[in-house]
Structure formats: C-alpha cells, structure tokens
Unconditional design. Structure first.
Length: 430
C-alpha cells in the first residue's frame, strides 16, 4: 500500500510539474532569444547613428564603431550607398544581400542555421546604408541549457520531497492497518489474548476497537462454552456412578459384566469430552504431527487383535515422514475409529489394508480398505445414519478430523469389493 501511494503521489506531482515546467522552459528559451536580439538591436542602432553622421568620404570613425560591436560578440557589417554586398565594411554576413529600398527598420531574418540577422536602414545624404548585425545561435541559446538543468533539478527535488512526504503519510496509514492484520492473524491462529493498538485515521481506529471487542467477545463465549461442557460432563458422573452400582447389584454375571462395560465406556467418553473442552483453542489451528508415525503405532496396537481374529492386516507406508495439520490425539482417534469400524462391521477372518500415500503438493492420503461386504451407500458419513447397526460416530470423527486438517473423507469400494475409506489431510500451517 505504501508503494502504491508513493507511486500515485509521484505520478500526480510529475504531471503538475510538467504542466508548469514545460511552459517555463519554453518561456526561458524565448526570453534568452529576445535578450540576445534586443542587445544586438541596441548595438546595431548605436552603429546606425555613427553611420548616419559619418562623412561619406571618411570611414575611420565607422571602422572603430564596427570594432566596438564586434567586441560585444556580434558580427556586423555596413553596406554604404552604392556599395556591393562583397565590398561592405565589417564581417561577411550570410544570407541574401539586403535591399535598402524595401527594408524596414529592425527587420529580423532567421538563417537556416538558426542564427538571426538584424538589419537597420540608415538614411544619409548620399543614399540609404544598411547595418546588418548577426546574432549567433550560441548567443540566442545562452543560459538556456543551464536554466533547463536548474528547472529539471528543481522538478526532481520536488518529486523526491513529495515522495518523502507521501511515505510519511502512507506509513501513518499503513502501520495501524498492518497492526490490525497482525492481530487478526494471531486471532486466527487461536491466540485470543491478541489485541490491536488503535491508531491512524478515525476509520482505522474504529476498526481496531471493533476487532478488540470481537476478540474479547469470542474469548468470553469460548470460556463459557468450555465451562458449560465441563460442568455438564461432571454432572454425568453421578448417574454413571449410579449405573455402576445398579450393575453391581445384578445377580446375572453376564448381564452385570455387560452393564459394567457399558458404564466404563460411557465414563471414557465423558473423560474424552472433558479433555476436549479443556483443550487450547489454537491446538486445532497450529496442530502438527507425523501421520506415518501415528498410523504405524495404531496399526501395531490393533495388530494383536487382528491376529487373534485371524485377520490379514496389511500396512503400506511411505519412506519419509508425513507432516499433517492435525494433533496427534485427533489423528489417533480417527485412525482408531476407521480400524475399529473394520473390526465391528466385518467377520472375524476379514482382512484389511491400511495405506498412507503422499499427495502432491503437500497433502497426505490415509486409506483403510477391507475385504468385507462394503457400504450400502454414502449415508454413513452422517451421524446416526449408519445402516450397520451403529451410530456412525467413527466415520464422523474421521470426517471432523479431516475437515479440521483442510481435507475430506470419501467412501468407495476396495478392489476386493469391500469398504474403502480415504481420508485426505492437509499440510501444517506454515
């Protein structure tokens, strides 16, 4: 933004300076031309007075007057009555020979070289003489280049000065905006303590104040939500304890064991809910873990159960690490959910494959494919719509984890006709 403002000011200043300096440069050249012509005209007139008063039979004083004009830097000659142009006194002046009869006083002729010739008719008793004064191009242009250089330097100086002033003004505008952008970026990464320092113009200051109020409100709402979830989770402890007591009072050992297991499962879910409520907000944004390491560890964990049930467990991993935008607990829960679905919804001897592939440019694809009956349709991705007798929670966990990591979950059929779940995970935030 600073560069654009500086460019705008430079362009505007340049246009204004050109509008003033170009006419001023032309006026300077004309003034130098007029000054040179005026000086030559004055010298020619003084010489004309001498020519008019000189005795036709004597030219001594006339030669001295011609030398005075020459010393001023102007070539001059005098064509006396009856003389030819080649016999004129003084310097040879280029151009056509003057015609005294039709000549007007102060006539200025411009030569092809750019020089000017000023001709003055002088009326004498013996006829009309002509005084011709040559104004060289160097005299017509004297001081013009220097004046142009001064004007150009002044224009450059004014442009530089305007750029300095524009940069100061732009900095006063962009600094508060940059602070707002930095604060918004920190808030986006989960740092709810970030606050902007209001400054700059009134509009920018109002935006800073509004951003601070928004951040405070978000922090308040998240704190209240975590407190309410934690309070609700703790309230569930009492009915869970009562459920355990009721299970212990049953006479049927099998029924007592089943209810106790259900109570333990509910307790674990409540504990997970409490941990989720207490997790820092920015963990899901700056999350990072090695998917290869997590998948290898969880497959090893499930390998013992797979061996007990006679399942052929196949693992395909890339050679290098695979960093993804997910926390280790979230990715572990997603992998456990996908593998757990295989154990829950396929026969004991059904084999399955867990594969991890790097995707260009920096994404990772986790695929769990089994040799079972497969999915009936894609509705299992919605919670509570599983057609296999479950709540669909496992795939829902995978879907949320993939979405938080900038990816998605897609269902399909494996080469053997079974279920195939592909979870795409994005790279960590730089």
């Amino acid at each position: 933004m600073r560069a654009r403002l500086a460019l705008l000011v430079a362009a505007t200043t340049s246009v204004v300076l050109l509008a003033f300096l170009l006419p001023l440069a032309v006026l300077t050249e004309r003034a130098a031309h007029n000054n040179a012509v005026g000086a030559a005209t004055a010298l020619g007139q003084s010489l004309s007075a001498t020519v008019a008063s000189t005795d036709p039979s004597s030219t001594g004083n006339l030669s001295s007057a011609i030398d005075d004009v020459r010393s001023a830097g102007f070539p001059v000659n005098v064509l006396l009555p009856g003389q030819r142009a080649a016999d004129a006194l003084g310097d040879q002046i280029p151009g056509p020979a003057p015609r005294p009869a039709s000549l007007r006083a102060g006539t200025v002729d411009t030569l092809p070289s750019g020089a000017a010739v000023i001709r003055q008719p002088v009326f004498r008793s013996d006829g009309t003489a002509v005084v011709s004064t040559l104004v060289p191009v160097s005299r017509l242009k004297r001081g013009v280049v220097r004046a142009w250089v001064v004007l150009g330097g002044l224009g450059v100086l004014l442009v530089l000065l305007s750029l300095v002033v524009a940069d100061r003004l732009a900095r006063s505008l962009t600094r508060p905006i940059s602070d707002l952008a930095h604060t918004a970026e920190r808030l986006g990464k989960g740092d709810l303590e970030a606050r902007a320092t209001p400054g700059g113009p009134d509009e920018v200051r109002e935006v800073g104040l509004a951003l601070n109020r928004l951040a405070a409100r978000i922090d308040e709402l998240l704190t209240r939500e975590r407190e309410e979830v934690a309070d609700l989770s703790h309230r569930l402890r009492t009915p869970i304890t009562a459920l355990r007591l009721d299970a212990d009072g049953l006479r049927d050992p099998e029924e007592r064991s089943r209810l106790a297991a259900d109570a333990d499962d509910i307790s674990r879910q409540v504990d997970a809910l409490i941990r989720e409520a207490r997790r820092p907000v920015r963990e899901g944004i700056e999350a990072r873990c090695d998917a290869r390491e997590v998948v290898a560890e969880r497959v090893t964990f499930w390998g013992a159960l797979a061996e007990d049930q006679g399942r052929d467990l196949r693992l395909e991993l890339p050679e290098g690490p695979c960093e993804v935008r997910a926390s280790r607990p979230d990715l572990e829960a997603a992998v456990d959910a996908l593998i757990g679905n295989v154990f829950s919804h396929t026969p004991d001897d059904t084999g399955f494959t867990v594969s991890l592939y790097p995707l260009p440019p920096h994404e990772v694809l986790l695929v769990v494919a089994d040799d079972g009956p497969g999915f009936g349709d894609d509705g299992v991705l919605a919670r509570g719509e599983s057609r296999a007798g479950s709540t669909g929670l496992g795939l829902d966990i995978a879907r949320h984890t993939a979405a938080a990591a900038g990816g998605d979950v897609r269902l399909g059929r494996s080469p053997s006709g079974g279920a195939r779940v592909a979870m795409r995970l994005g790279p960590p935030v730089a």
